[in-house]
Design a binder for this molecule. Structure first.
Ligand SMILES: [Zn+2]
Length: 118
C-alpha cells in the first residue's frame, strides 16, 4: 500500500538523484536556489512518526509539493497561483504564499490582519 511515508522517501531519493544536496541542517536540501526541508522522522517512545516535504523557490515563496518528484513541475510552480491556479506572475502574500496579483489584492485583508507578522 502506498503511504505518505513511501511518497516522501521516494521524493527524497529522486531529488538526491537529480542533484539536490544537503544544506546546513540535516533535513535541509538545496538545488539551484530552490530549497526544501524533507522530514522523515520514525516513531519513537516520545514522538509520533512525522514525514513531509516543504519547498520554496529562489524567490523565497512556497511551492506546493507534488508526488512523484518532478524538477520540471517545481519550476512550473513558480508561475502558478496557489489560490486560483492561474498561470502567470506570482507575488508574495503574508509570509511566503505564492499567489497572483488579483488573489493578493482579494485576500490581503484576511491574511495580513493587523499584527499578522508579530
Ligand atoms: Zn490567483
Amino acid at each position: 500500500m502506498r503511504s505518505i511515508w513511501t511518497d516522501v522517501e521516494q521524493w527524497k531519493a529522486d531529488a538526491l538523484a537529480d542533484g539536490w544536496v544537503q544544506g546546513e541542517r540535516k533535513e535541509q536540501y538545496i538545488k539551484e536556489r530552490f530549497y526544501a526541508t524533507i522530514n522523515l522522522r520514525p516513531e519513537t517512545d516520545m514522538l509520533k512518526a512525522y514525514c513531509n516535504v516543504s519547498i520554496w523557490g529562489p524567490d523565497d515563496l512556497h511551492i506546493p509539493v507534488s508526488y512523484p518528484y518532478s524538477w520540471g513541475k517545481l519550476q512550473e510552480s513558480l508561475t502558478i497561483c496557489t489560490i486560483c491556479g492561474k498561470v502567470g506572475e506570482t507575488v508574495r502574500l503574508a509570509f511566503c504564499n505564492r499567489v497572483c496579483p488579483e488573489c493578493r489584492a482579494k485576500n490581503l485583508d484576511e491574511y495580513e490582519r493587523p499584527g499578522w507578522c508579530d
